[in-house]
Write a protein that binds this ligand. Structure first.
Ligand SMILES: *[C@@H]1O[C@H](CO)[C@@H](O)[C@H](O)[C@H]1NC(C)=O
Ligand SMILES: *[C@@H]1O[C@H](CO)[C@@H](O)[C@H](O)[C@H]1NC(C)=O
Ligand SMILES: *[C@@H]1O[C@H](CO)[C@@H](O)[C@H](O)[C@H]1NC(C)=O
Ligand SMILES: *[C@@H]1O[C@H](CO)[C@@H](O)[C@H](O)[C@H]1NC(C)=O
Ligand SMILES: *[C@@H]1O[C@H](CO)[C@@H](O)[C@H](O)[C@H]1NC(C)=O
Ligand SMILES: *[C@@H]1O[C@H](CO)[C@@H](O)[C@H](O)[C@H]1NC(C)=O
Length: 570
């Protein structure tokens, strides 16, 4: 305990400042007194000079951090009897910072192909021309960092990586961890193999530097991760290229990331070691500072407020920020709002199935390296996760997998798209495939999942949060479609194909109407794009486009630009 205590102090700037209150014992989101914590960050973020809080923490410093902090102290000293107003703060920021996004230079990927082979797989002419446009969008989403970023890291919040990346788009102008899985699948189908490999190599180098992969490519994300999909990215790349060398060269690094999840994210549940999302830093999220202070206001004391900030950050780590999925109210239901976030007390289905998948892939790669002990060790690990998912999360009554509530020690019987995620990773006993297919078809019918023209909503609860009804997100449509197709059952294969048709058409109609690809769409309207949450609707969009290429690859021969069948009985 004492050792842990002093370890935390060393990484905390509180040590440097000599402050020792309880909260300062937790490390800050990052050491930077400009981008992650401190009076400057608080003053600028609370002044609300930008609509989006993320803008400020993405701006480049004109001078060194110490000089900037000194100039800030001088600036503040001019206001002895009042705080500076919004205008004064805005002017000061303009004087001392470059606009957000100044870390990049123009870049055209050398492996860009104008007419990748995948286009010939698409029979419908309009959809083929849509895919041609999507292929061109990769050019808009490519980002290469200037060399000077590497030499002057202290002036930037961006985490330097050597190879150019494809970003999600809009306010997301740096790499994001789990987004990259679907982006890389799309890039490979667009024949941008080197770009995909460069992104993978960036991630490997980041694990070597950080011990894990942060949520996204900014230092203010450096105390939390996202659903760990690097092993599946490399597996996708391997399946595409048969690059044994990369698989073998990355396997120890993947094992290191796996250990990070085992060490820092697991608890014992009914005798099984299972993973949950979390965060061990103090304070609000720097990129949503004002928003977090707002929801934190209602808590009675700093201890409770810190716990709330941790719940917000844990939900951000899940990638589903925010959702009623993470609410547990006093009665143990998913009623409530952000103040009821209890992400750290929920065992999520997809995270445990993803760790099963990681262990399986790591075992496979150790096999290629002829390290049979390691191969066996990770195979056993995958079996343990499979058993935990089956024994703790499979719910016989509901006929599906459900998240588990650690506070009330019960399954959470609410629809979340991730309830069906084990189908995607094949995290089930293959000999029970027929039984699981029957139960899953039943679950789909009972929950009317086929009744939505624009795709399956994330949950059935309209909370106003962006990972709730009516929003539909590409990664989950992909997960559902691939999972149902994997079951090799006539009914589930038919549902998968129909949902692929619906999703592609919805994306296509929105694109025809507005000329843009979106981060999220609407369940109740073919071609409607989503809203809600804490920032404006984003366009681009990396994972949406990646998922479309994957669906064109699977269903290109049968997809059509003219219609869907609703409310079928399977
Ligand atoms: C900020 O948001 C308001 C209201 O939505 C809008 O009118 C304004 O143009 C936005 N400002 C900027 C700089 O985007
Ligand atoms: C993960 O846990 C280990 C062991 O408890 C600890 O030493 C390490 O600092 C943690 N890593 C992170 C990034 O939190
Ligand atoms: C903070 O508030 C909670 C809830 O009212 C209470 O249980 C706890 O003892 C308080 N902690 C401190 C340090 O005051
Ligand atoms: C919990 O349930 C009781 C009884 O049904 C109800 O009166 C109360 O409002 C509920 N509390 C919350 C937080 O929903
Ligand atoms: C969430 O939706 C389910 C139906 O799927 C419903 O039973 C439940 O009461 C809803 N909860 C809230 C908080 O709206
Ligand atoms: C593993 O063993 C096989 C069979 O002996 C051999 O062909 C292969 O080169 C070995 N691979 C490595 C990475 O050592």
């Amino acid at each position: 305990m004492l050792m842990l205590f002093s370890l935390l102090l060393i990484t905390s700037s509180a040590f440097i400042n000599g402050l020792t209150n309880e909260i300062d014992e937790l490390p800050k989101p990052c050491p930077s007194e400009i981008y992650c914590h401190g009076r400057l960050l608080e003053t600028v973020q609370m002044a609300r000079i930008f609509n989006d809080s993320k803008t400020f923490v993405d701006m480049k410093l004109k001078e060194s951090p110490s000089l900037t902090l000194k100039k800030f102290d001088e600036f503040m000293a001019k206001f002895i009897d009042r705080v500076p107003d919004q205008n004064e703060i805005q002017l000061w920021v303009k004087e001392n910072f470059e606009p957000a996004g100044s870390e990049f230079e123009d870049w055209v990927p050398e492996d860009y192909s104008k007419s990748p082979e995948i286009l010939n797989k698409i029979n419908d002419k309009s959809l083929r021309s849509f895919a041609e446009d999507l292929n061109k969008i990769w050019l808009d989403l490519g980002r290469k960092m200037k060399k000077e970023v590497a030499d002057n890291q202290a002036l930037y919040s961006i985490i330097y990586v050597q190879n150019p990346v494809i970003v999600p788009g809009g306010r997301f102008r740096e790499f994001y961890y789990w987004d990259s899985y679907w982006i890389i699948r799309g890039l490979l189908l667009s024949e941008m193999v080197n770009t995909a490999q460069g992104m993978i190599r960036n991630f490997l180098s980041i694990i070597e530097r950080f011990g894990f992969i942060p949520n996204g490519g900014r230092i203010y994300y450096s105390m939390r991760s996202q659903p760990p999909l690097l092993a599946p990215m490399i597996k996708t790349y391997f399946d595409h290229t048969k690059d044994y060398q990369l698989a073998i060269a990355s396997v120890d690094i993947l094992a290191r990331e796996f250990e990070y999840w085992m060490q820092n994210h697991t608890v014992l549940v009914k005798g099984h070691r299972m993973a949950k999302y979390g965060d061990k830093s103090s304070g609000p999220r720097p990129e949503s500072f004002r928003e977090d202070i707002e929801t934190g206001k209602d808590f009675p004391n700093d201890t409770e407020r810190e716990a709330h900030y941790s719940e917000l950050k844990a939900a951000a780590e899940s990638g589903m920020d925010f959702s009623s999925r993470w609410f547990i109210d006093k009665n143990g239901t998913n009623n409530g709002d952000l103040r009821d976030l209890k992400t750290r007390s929920i065992i999520p289905v997809e995270l445990n199935a993803i760790l099963f998948w990681n262990a399986k892939i790591i075992s496979e790669f150790y096999g290629y390296a002829n390290l049979s002990d390691k191969q066996e060790e990770y195979y056993q690990m995958s079996e343990k996760f499979y058993k935990a998912v089956e024994e703790v999360l499979w719910n016989e009554e509901a006929g599906v997998w459900l998240d588990y509530d650690l506070i009330n020690e019960k399954s959470r019987n609410y629809f979340v798209a991730t309830n069906l995620s084990p189908l995607w990773m094949r995290c089930y006993n293959p000999s029970k495939r027929q039984y699981i297919s029957d139960r899953v078809v039943n679950y789909i019918n009972e929950n009317n999942l086929d009744s939505f023209p624009g795709g399956v909503p994330t949950t059935m609860n309209n909370s106003g949060e962006q990972w709730d009804k009516p929003n539909v997100w590409a990664p989950f449509q992909h997960m559902l479609i691939v999972g149902l197709d994997n079951l090799e059952d006539d009914r589930t294969k038919k549902i998968a194909q129909e949902w692929a048709q619906r999703w592609v058409l919805s994306n296509y109609i929105a694109y025809k109407d507005t000329g843009a690809m979106y981060e999220k769409y609407l369940a109740n309207e073919l071609g409607g794009h989503g809203g809600g949450g804490e920032y404006e609707v984003q366009k681009g969009f990396g994972w949406t486009n990646g998922v479309l290429f994957d669906l064109f690859d699977r269903y290109g021969a049968v997809l059509s630009s003219s219609g869907v069948n609703l409310d079928q009985n399977f």
